[in-house]
Ligand binder design. Structure first.
Ligand code: BGC
Length: 821
């Protein structure tokens, strides 16, 4: 059995000897005139920079991550592997696994001609309401930095760049383009900047993405102090800095504030505007040159500059993406409760699987993190495959979708582009009822000059008989028809002004149509494209939404109760939806949508072996948690989630995850504010977020940071602290092999009001067979003892007496050792 400390010492991806890279950069730079240089700092379209063939520079292509590689087209034609959500990756507490995820993503990127992956997202879980919680790793800066470093090293070892994002403090979505987050220097350093700093030090990222928001009065795409002085000056970051999409708003302030590249294009504040600013004496050409150097250095590293050797000449061996997606999923599932060994399922027993998400699994988060998949294994698919025939039943129980969602199941759609005279310019397959096209995504032969309308057209074959609702997201003129009958012909007006409204807004129900299960109907949604002359955007973003016939919710629950009563075990899958949890907005509560809480309670009353699986990217309230036998958190588990779910339920593998974030109710959560007042959001809790805040408030959450059960038990035998290493001996006292995440927390012996009671200082992963004792070796970095001293503007090592706690979570501390430093 492997007893080694599995947390690898992260080696940064091998880069070319700096002098050769720098020489190639200088040679290329010297051959560029001002106009070409400023052109190179602006997107030529939504995803790429212009090529400069004269110097052998190819177009640099970027694409969203973080759990797959979407590629430059919003199309189903070139699907991507979809790994579990970043919260899931962090729940593995395994930088080695994050590294392997990165290698796979580099492989996907190379296959799609992508040089830079727009990931990872390392903002913190400050408030559980944060809409992009699922896309970040943790509430803890150390864990975030370790997982992020593994990921970046993995991607870059495949010769593909990363942009660690969003620098910094994009921790919520409300008014995300304009909010001014007011944060003390200490909280910035100890919490929000810390993961970026760790990743710069341990993984040398080739890129960073500056956030939409402001920090202490300055928008991040112009933040000279944080970008030029801290990131580049203090930390020595030598990569390129790209704006978040549409975040760059001024030419001179952005270039002086250290922003290298303004995305997307072609209309940006750089390019011609920047050349003009230099000619008018408002910006220095030397500053432009610095930005161009950063872009050229990136080009060398990813192999886009012909005159220089790339950082990676031999990409790593091919990774089996499907296998890895399944492995990460089961290693990420967190079993927070397992009374009477309800899991794994007893062989030969019958199972009632319940929940809309058991059949239509939510495997990834919404917004820019979306990728288009080849396949989705749902929990129903996974269990059907794993259990003997005749032992599994299924009931919907409750539908979490309280409004129409992107048309998907049963729809086969294509987009038809037409000119003003009705001529068909092109036709293109689309993944579902949503399109999100910039001009680079437009099908061959189509441009914004000749495009007049787009029609989403095809068939819909209903799964259920009854009244189906169709809705529309987006602004402008629309016509909706089913089987040739027009249900809507009108104009939807602008709402909040979010440029991605066609993505994030609520769909407007426009048709109620009586349909019969299995009988296909023709569907058509036509949109007249009118570009917004005043904005820098040129895109078409619209969604056809659909909602199944609404059955009586009590009847659905009654059906599920009947199924639960008839089975040995009832497994209920509950979920959030993309109307509740997504990029683009924050959550307003942590409740499960629809009647899912009622469903769980009713099933728990009918079957003592009720197992609840929570399919969400971030915390939800579980008011019924004392009434059920087991609770398994499965995050957004990626495309193989259902297969991993079956592995864990039948027990071929144990669920391996530990909570990367505290789970508790919203009323108890000490920090939850995400709504700015007068444009400002004060981080008044200072350094107390996550478990640091729960500890300070003296409140016990539902499930603490670090918590998670496997299928075996562990005894903590001894701890020996030598220098900055803690050696922890643990015994697998159960009856099956297992993996344990040994956690080390540091606590000042005397509580100081300005310091958290304790914090994560290190961890290690060990494996052991039944009855076996193994040693975990945990490094405790010097930084764990330091605080940011605002008076001297530097880190201060705090001497004195500390307790080192080792254990299974921040609350389950098994052994304490006193040290004096
Ligand atoms: C998101 C970024 C993303 C970019 C490009 C933005 O709205 O905040 O995370 O990389 O869009 O899709």
């Amino acid at each position: 059995m492997n007893t080694a400390n599995e947390v690898p010492r992260e080696e940064a991806a091998v880069t070319q000897a700096p002098s050769a890279t720098e020489a190639a950069v200088e040679t290329a730079l010297a051959r560029l005139d001002l106009d070409t240089k400023t052109r190179l700092l602006a997107g030529q379209d939504r995803w790429s920079l212009p090529p400069v063939p004269e110097i052998g520079l190819k177009s640099l292509v970027m694409s969203d991550g973080p759990i797959g590689v979407r590629g430059v087209r919003w199309s189903a034609d070139d699907p991507s592997i979809a790994l579990p959500s970043p919260t899931a990756l962090a729940a593995t507490w395994d930088p080695g696994l994050a590294h392997r995820a990165g290698v796979l993503l580099a492989q996907e990127a190379r296959r799609k001609g992508v040089h830079v992956l727009l990931a990872p997202t390392v903002n913190l879980h400050r408030s559980p309401l944060g809409g992009r919680h699922f896309e970040c790793y943790s509430e803890d800066p150390y864990l975030t930095g370790v997982i992020g470093s593994g990921y970046v090293n993995g991607v870059q070892s495949g010769g593909v760049g990363t942009t660690v994002k969003h620098f910094v403090a994009n921790d919520a979505e409300t008014d995300r383009f304009t909010v001014d987050n007011l944060i003390s220097a200490r909280a910035l350093r100890e919490l929000y900047l810390a993961p970026f700093e760790a990743i710069v030090e341990n993984a040398h990222p080739w890129g960073i993405m500056t956030a939409y928001n402001s920090v202490n009065g300055t928008t991040m795409s112009e933040h000279h102090y944080l970008v030029n002085e801290v990131l580049r000056g203090e930390w020595g970051f030598d990569g390129f800095n790209v704006s978040d999409w549409t975040a760059a708003r001024s030419t001179v302030d952005a270039i002086n504030g250290g922003l290298d590249v303004a995305m997307p294009g072609p209309r940006t504040v750089y390019g011609e505007a920047l050349a003009r600013a230099v000619r008018d004496g408002k910006a220095d050409e030397a500053t432009v040159d610095e930005a161009v150097r950063n872009v050229l250095r990136l080009a060398v590293r990813v192999g886009a500059l012909e005159t220089a050797e790339p950082a990676v000449t031999e990409p790593p061996e091919t990774v089996d993406g499907v296998g890895l997606a399944r492995e990460i999923a089961r290693r990420s599932f967190v079993l927070v409760k397992n009374d009477n060994h309800a899991l794994p399922l007893k062989p030969g027993g019958t199972v009632a699987l319940i929940g809309a998400a058991a059949r239509d699994a939510r495997v990834l988060g919404g917004g820019s993190a979306t990728v288009f998949l080849d396949r989705i294994v749902s929990p129903l698919d996974g269990l059907t495959e794993a259990l003997p025939e005749g032992t599994l039943s299924y009931a919907i129980g409750a539908d979490p979708n309280t409004e129409p969602a992107t048309a998907d199941k049963g729809f086969t759609l294509r987009a038809v582009c037409r000119g003003a005279d009705g001529t068909v310019l092109a036709t293109s397959g689309i993944p579902n009822g949503q399109i999100h096209w910039s001009f680079a995504d437009l099908p061959e032969g189509v441009s914004f000059d000749n495009l007049h309308s787009v029609e989403l057209t095809g068939t819909f074959t209903p799964r259920h008989t009854g009244v189906h609702t169709l809705g529309i997201k987006g602004t402008g003129a629309f016509q909706l028809a089913v089987n040739g009958v027009t249900y809507y012909d009108g104009v939807q007006a602008h709402d909040e002004g979010d440029p991605f409204e066609g993505f994030f807004s609520s769909p407007v129900p426009r048709a109620q149509v009586e349909l019969t299960a299995g009988e296909p109907v023709d569907v058509s949604l036509t949109h007249v494209v009118a570009l917004d002359e005043d904005s820098l955007r040129e895109d078409v973003t619209i969604t056809l939404a659909h909602q199944e016939p609404q059955r009586d919710p009590d009847e659905l629950i009654a059906e599920a109760v009947e199924a639960a009563r008839a089975a040995d075990t009832a497994v209920v899958v509950v979920a959030t939806t993309d109307r509740v949890e997504s990029e683009g907005f924050d959550r307003t509560d942590l409740a499960l949508p629809g009647r899912q809480d009622d469903l769980v309670r009713a099933v728990a009353a009918a079957n003592p072996n009720a197992v609840v699986v929570v399919n969400s990217g971030s915390p939800v309230e579980m008011p019924w948690r004392d009434e059920v036998a087991a609770v398994l958190l499965s995050w957004f588990p990626g495309q193989e989630g259902g297969a991993a779910f079956a592995d864990v339920l039948v027990g071929t593998h144990e669920p391996g995850g530990r909570l990367p974030t505290t789970w508790g109710s919203l009323t108890d959560a000490p920090v939850s504010q995400v709504v700015p007042e007068n444009g400002e959001l004060p981080y008044s809790e200072d350094v107390f977020i996550g478990y640091r805040a729960w500890d300070k408030a003296g409140r016990a959450p539902a499930y603490p940071f670090g918590h998670g059960l496997g299928y075996t038990d562990w005894d903590y035998k001894s701890v020996e602290v030598c220098g900055n290493v803690a050696k922890v001996r643990v015994l697998n006292s159960g009856d099956r092999p297992g993996r344990e995440i040994v956690q080390v927390y540091l606590a000042p012996a005397e509580r100081a009001s300005d310091r958290p009671a304790r914090w994560l200082a290190g961890f290690a992963v060990v494996e052991a067979g039944p009855g076996e004792t193994v040693e975990a070796v945990v490094d405790i970095p010097r930084r764990a003892f330091e605080v940011w001293d605002e008076a001297t503007d530097s880190w201060a090592f705090v001497k004195g007496a500390y307790n080192i706690h080792v254990g299974r979570s921040i609350a389950d501390r098994r052994i304490t050792v006193a040290v004096h430093v």
